[in-house]
Ligand binder design. Structure first.
Ligand code: CTP
Ligand code: MG
Length: 230
């Protein structure tokens, strides 16, 4: 299995309300991005790891990697795009044609474990497309602009989708190309694969595998990492 990882990390982190990029937020004395990279770089099957960086931050992202992973030779820094989808596409353009599998994981999800990543990767190796997701705990309702409920969705069928999302290289490349041709902008990568008519398999994710979005999420990360004794 010849695999690479792609880490979209080029967001501005507006909901964090910080003037620095979200992936540089310190957690237990290390930048958020270093925690995200730890389980990914722990997998030898990844021949290269592409990180989309926020415009203007290439130098500081390079410093983080040099400091936390000084012997690491597989990291490639790629200019981020206007949207997450564009950031992933910029990285995909750099993936060599002899690669079989591509793993995509949000830079903003620092509580990923190596085991979860391996589970999703293995499922994609067998099936072509796999994503991590967890059952929805709350009820989800569709509401209108007046703030009243118009429908309640069947919770049994609802999943909260996370990353990692792993795909055969040819499938995810074709899916991104089609999305660009159609002018379609999705909120994750698997929806682009669904639009190709391909089947996406769901692997049990983890409720701890949160996407750091608002300042309170940092406190949660600190506590989970403390419990993991990291
Ligand atoms: N991302 C990216 N390129 C963009 C926008 C987002 O690579 N143009 C990445 C983020 O860095 C993050 C992931 O996509 O790792 C998920 O995005 P999100 O959580 O929305 O992060 P931000 O866009 O940075 O946050 P916000 O929406 O609050 O500005
Ligand atoms: Mg965003």
């Amino acid at each position: 299995m010849r695999a690479v990882a792609i880490i979209p990390a080029a967001g501005r982190g507006e909901r964090m309300r910080s003037d620095r990029p979200k992936v540089l937020t310190p957690i237990r004395g290390r930048p958020l991005l270093a925690w995200t990279l730890e389980p990914i770089l722990g997998i030898d099957a990844f021949l290269e790891v592409f990180i989309a960086y926020p415009p203007g931050e290439e130098h500081v992202i390079g410093q983080v990697i040099g400091q936390d992973f000084p012997d690491e030779l597989r990291v490639r820094l790629v200019h981020g795009g206007q949207t997450r989808q564009e950031s992933v596409a910029n990285c995909l353009a750099r993936v060599p044609a002899d690669i079989d599998l591509v793993a995509i994981h949000d830079g903003a999800r620092p509580l990923l474990t190596k085991q979860l990543l391996l589970n999703v990767l293995e499922c994609a190796n067998e099936t072509g497309a796999a994503i991590a997701a967890v059952p929805c705990k709350d009820s989800i309702k569709i509401c209108n602009e007046e703030g009243t409920v118009t429908a309640t969705l069947d919770r049994e069928k609802l999943k909260l989708v996370q990353t990692p999302q792993c795909f055969r290289r040819e499938l995810i490349v074709a899916a991104h190309e089609k999305a660009e041709r159609d002018g379609y902008l999705g909120t994750d990568d698997s929806v682009l694969v669904e639009r190709m008519g391909a089947t996406v398999h769901v692997v049990m994710g983890s409720y701890e595998n949160i996407k750091v979005t608002t300042p309170g999420d940092i406190i949660l990360c600190e506590e989970v990492l403390r419990r993991r004794r990291l």
